[in-house]
Design a protein around this ligand. Sequence first.
Ligand code: NDP
Ligand SMILES: O=C(O)C1=N[C@H](C(=O)O)C[C@H](O)C1
Length: 271
Amino acid sequence: MTECPGVVITGVSGRMGQMLVREVLASDKLKLAGALERSGHDWVGRDLGEAMGGAPLGVVVSDDPLEAFARAQAVIDFTAPAATVEFADLAAQARAVHVIGTTGLSEDDLARIHKAAHHAVIVRAGNMSLGVNLLTTVTKKVAAALDIDWDIEIIESHHNKKVDAPSGTALMLGEAAAEGRGVKLDEVSDRGRDGITGARKQGDIGFHAVRGGDIVGEHEVLFATAGERITLKHVASDRSLFARGALKAALWGQDKAPGEYDMLDVLGLKD
Ligand SMILES: NC(=O)C1=CN([C@@H]2O[C@H](COP(=O)(O)OP(=O)(O)OC[C@H]3O[C@@H](n4cnc5c(N)ncnc54)[C@H](OP(=O)(O)O)[C@@H]3O)[C@@H](O)[C@H]2O)C=CC1
Ligand SMILES: O=C(O)C1=N[C@H](C(=O)O)C[C@H](O)C1
């Protein structure tokens, strides 16, 4: 029998980090090869299971990514942009599949990730759920079918600890709508109106971010014209769906050539 690929989880104390650990431990296709936190974090040096408030797991939380990645076949990373670009370089050096869920990445960050993907497989998506990725394909089709007099607005809602806006998912949906319309998102994007903004510019794609309580993630794409509206909506009520998508990506990437991929590739939804 072939051995399960070993996976390192970064940012293990985080909301997604802990969810990913649970999903890897429950998986019979991947094994936990390491757990990372930033230097100085009080989980570093502790047993991961105990740090999470449970029984010991025999995995000590480390702050040494290169050493951890060298022992792994995959890295699953839901942290922050500054950490993710470092991890992309190090995972590529170790030739480990790097699954990136981190959002809020700048153009410079994306360029660095693109470079790292010359040497290893990188799967990156602002949302790892099947439902959202399907929604992007539907959004693209609806946008392609409708005239410019249908206004497109994207409304996202998240918990009050989220640090970036618009969400990675909202941007994926915006890209899909822009692609469907045959325009560039950065030329039509209108983010968070405020004050005397003037009338809505035809062809713009609007973004609105709601933050409150413990909302896991909700995304709505509104197509509105005179006399009628279409609303496409996805609601995530449990973070485990993002974690399961990430595990699927880590496995899928094992036999792929170096390069940048997304969840549409993993889910077989690319057209
Ligand atoms: N693609 C998807 O499907 C999804 C993406 N996300 C994205 O994942 C990311 C994390 O979300 P969430 O888990 O809620 O956030 P949390 O803040 O709960 O967790 C982030 C973790 O990353 C750690 N971290 C941050 N910076 C560094 C660093 N420089 N080096 C090492 N570790 C670091 C944090 O440590 P510390 O506490 O010390 O800062 C923390 O443990 C966000 O970008 C979010 O948008 C979330 C859900 C789904
Ligand atoms: O920060 C979150 O929580 C989430 N982030 C992702 C995003 O920015 O779209 C995915 C999901 O909506 C949860």
